[in-house]
Design a protein around this ligand. Structure first.
Ligand SMILES: Cc1ncc(COP(=O)(O)O)c(C=O)c1O
Length: 392
């Protein structure tokens, strides 16, 4: 199936205003998502927050089925959180990690995850073990297998790092984790909406993602998948009366589904919008989206590599929609700002967002152009022309 790009662009009001190549930052919302959020907020303004939630309960609850459907999970395995980070923290801090327990991760780990490892290293003596890369850049799965020991209590890594085009071999990692019986937490923040995700095929126990990136949902939204296998084993680090209704004077009962990781007060308009975004992504087609994203990204890498003094820095045996590059003698953040002035949206990841990888590769910065299926060859030409001109 090929995508009707003209129709998808017509469904994306932002395409009329900007060349948006910052989909790994926050994508452009399609019309149905924006309309769902707007109409929900309008109802709240006119009718009251609690009353709107009652009236629109069906749409709110559809969030769980919609997200589950997109990633091959049951609705009861999904929780709504306000960001990928919060979803990730709910799992990580709930695991019973202590002195000498090892967390295995990658060189490209995202800063917020890595500082949480450091936090528990400091507070509880947890040991962080960084698995080396394969020569092509993604996690070396053979080495990972060889590094597992009785002290390994968690395998935790990103599916797609924030600062480069590679895709980590999540299903191969999942196979290693399952064989060893070690919990596997997959940060799929940059992959959900970009490539097809099937949690069973991947074999992860936990998966976290955000709404605003390739999924094209509203800001301030994220979700957590917790497999049924692990749900009952894991005691949430913090609870409220929604996660665990106060059932007797001296007791509470944890929800028997993903809601045990939620809080009662939620951004309901966003939750509805995220459900709509998940259904939209499914309707567009994860396979066709992924093919087009890969095609556009590889075309962009070729274009940029043809410019004088430009180096494309993406690694990975499999590469996705995040294209990173630098220009000799040019400060990446200056180029990013200059492109923004021309209404070409990119971003400029700093060293601290993925410190191990950036330092190991000696990269002081990068410009990141991240494509989505609604981008066009003309937009890639425009970026390439602007980079050439602005750095001449
Ligand atoms: C790989 C990765 N993980 C996690 C996050 C955090 O997502 P959020 O800002 O929704 O918490 C990001 C955001 O850029 C990311 O790129």
């Amino acid at each position: 199936m090929t995508l009707d790009v003209a129709a998808l662009r017509a469904d994306t009001p932002g395409c009329e205003h900007v060349i948006h190549l910052n989909n790994a930052g926050s994508s452009l919302q399609p019309r149905p998502v924006a309309e769902a959020v707007r109409s929900y907020l309008d109802d709240e303004i006119r009718g009251g927050g609690y009353e709107t939630a009652d009236a629109r309960r069906g749409e709110i609850d559809d969030f769980y089925a919609a997200v589950g459907d997109l990633i091959g999970a049951q609705p009861g395995e999904i929780a709504f959180l306000d960001s990928a980070t919060r979803a990730w923290q709910m799992v990580f801090y709930s695991l019973d990690l202590g002195e000498g327990d090892q967390v295995l991760t990658t060189t490209t780990e995202y800063h917020s995850n890595y500082v949480a490892y450091l936090h528990l290293a400091k507070r509880r003596g947890v040991e962080i073990v960084v698995v080396p890369d394969a020569p092509s850049g993604e996690i070396d799965v053979d080495k990972l297998g060889g590094m597992i020991s009785p002290r390994t209590k968690l395998i935790s890594l990103n599916h797609v790092p924030t600062n480069g085009g590679l895709v980590n071999p999540a299903a191969a990692v999942g196979a290693v984790a399952r064989a060893a019986g070690v919990p596997f937490l997959l940060d799929a923040c940059q992959s959900v909406g970009q490539l097809p995700i099937d949690v069973e095929a991947i074999g992860c126990d936990f998966l976290t993602a955000t709404g605003r990136k390739f999924l094209r949902g509203p800001r301030g939204t994220g979700f957590l998948y917790v497999s049924r296998r692990r749900l009952r084993e894991i005691d949430p680090i913090i609870i409220d009366g929604h996660a665990a209704p106060w059932s007797t004077r001296d007791g509470y009962e944890l929800q028997d589904d993903g809601r045990r990781f939620e809080v009662w007060e939620q951004y309901f308009a966003g939750k509805v919008g995220l459900g709509v975004a998940a259904r939209y992504a499914k309707r567009v087609g994860p396979e066709a989206s992924w093919l087009r994203i890969q095609h556009l990204a590889s075309g962009l890498r070729q274009r940029l590599a043809g410019l004088p003094r430009v180096t494309v820095h993406d690694r990975g045996a499999v590469q996705g929609g995040i294209v990173t590059f630098a220009v000799d003698g040019v400060v990446c953040r200056d180029l990013w700002t200059a492109l923004r002035r021309e209404r070409i949206n990119t971003s400029a990841p700093r060293v601290a967002t993925a410190r191990i990888d950036m330092e190991d590769r000696g990269l002081p910065g990068l410009v990141r152009a991240s494509v989505h299926y609604f981008n066009t060859d003309e937009e890639l030409d425009a970026l390439t022309e602007a980079v050439g001109r602005l750095t001449a």
